[in-house]
Design a protein around this ligand. Structure first.
Ligand SMILES: NC(=O)c1ccc[n+]([C@@H]2O[C@H](COP(=O)([O-])OP(=O)(O)OC[C@H]3O[C@@H](n4cnc5c(N)ncnc54)[C@H](OP(=O)(O)O)[C@@H]3O)[C@@H](O)[C@H]2O)c1
Length: 262
């Protein structure tokens, strides 16, 4: 089996999400984030903002080889993989992306056909790494068994609401990085356990959530345009949670499982 070639150190703890960032706000937000120290930017064909994300990256003046640029392939474009990738590269204004993700699974045969084109794109040097998003462990297993190529990353909704203690060990055994998305929009920011933890540390619930991801070894993609939010989300290493606090946040999922969309 072949797989992961992510650079040493892999993904940073917090990447910049850009869903629903458009126009001048996106250019400013990306540039500001890179000025503050973000080094990984997450977009997608489906976000329809690759051009402004690319403009924000160029405005930052940061060298291309110091950045990780992630984009995603919409599964409804199956059969047009190379054209879609060429368009992403053109819009972003780059010669390669660091990580190209299948935005979501198809049926087993469909995912395999797309994955084969992903492997070819990597061999052609158009993408450094290839991965998937929103795949369940069984779908990952199936793709790996059929193709012999392990995704570098599976980007999934991850947070106390979705916490599945079996996911990270399953992926780690295959050498796949679990990257969380939507750390705030998919979680209950008013949950009393989160609020009490934040108060104890003099931090925001958002910062506690990002720290909890770090404690689970899960890098995350968080979206922000407000300069205060962008800066605050980079302070995740400035404080720590106790094992008991991490465990209490883990248990939030037990009360939430019934309404988790499968
Ligand atoms: N693979 C997938 O299928 C998938 C699906 C969804 C999302 N994603 C990726 O994950 C990223 C993040 O998910 P998301 O866009 O759903 O949103 P999110 O990161 O969960 O939440 C973003 C919201 O939180 C606010 N915020 C950020 N930091 C804050 C802070 N420190 N204090 C208070 N508020 C804060 C932002 O406000 P401001 O913007 O006003 O600063 C924005 O309203 C996306 O942008 C996208 O890149 C991937």
């Amino acid at each position: 089996m072949s797989g992961r070639t992510l650079p040493a150190g892999g993904l940073p703890p917090v990447s910049l999400g850009t869903w629903q960032m458009w126009g001048g706000e996106a250019i400013r937000g990306v540039r500001e984030a890179l000025d503050l120290g973000y080094r990984c930017v997450d977009t997608a064909t489906g976000y329809r903002n690759e051009q402004v994300v690319g403009a924000g990256i160029r405005a930052s003046g940061i060298r291309r080889d110091e950045l990780l640029i992630v984009t995603k392939f919409p599964e409804e474009d199956a059969g047009r993989e190379r054209e879609t990738l060429a368009r992403s590269l053109e819009l972003l204004g780059v010669e390669y992306v660091d990580l190209w993700l299948m935005h979501g699974p198809l049926d087993a045969e469909g995912s395999l056909a797309v994955w084969r084109r992903f492997i070819e794109a990597r061999e052609a040097g158009l993408v450094r790494d290839i991965g998937v998003s929103n795949f369940r462990p069984a779908q990952v297993d199936d793709l790996v068994a059929r193709s012999g190529v392990v995704p570098a990353v599976n980007q999934v909704a991850f947070g106390p609401r979705y916490f599945d203690p079996a996911l990270a060990p399953h992926h780690a055994a295959l050498g796949i990085v679990v990257q969380g998305h939507s750390p705030f929009s998919e979680n209950d920011l008013e949950h009393p356990v989160l609020r009490a933890t934040a108060e104890r540390h003099g931090r925001s619930v958002h910062q506690v959530l990002l720290r909890w991801h770090l404690d689970h070894g899960v890098p995350t993609v968080a979206k922000a345009v407000s300069p205060a939010h962008l800066a605050g989300n980079l302070t995740v290493r400035d404080f720590s949670l106790t094992p008991a606090e991490v465990a209490a946040i883990d248990r939030i999922a037990d009360g939430a499982r019934t309404d988790v969309v499968s």
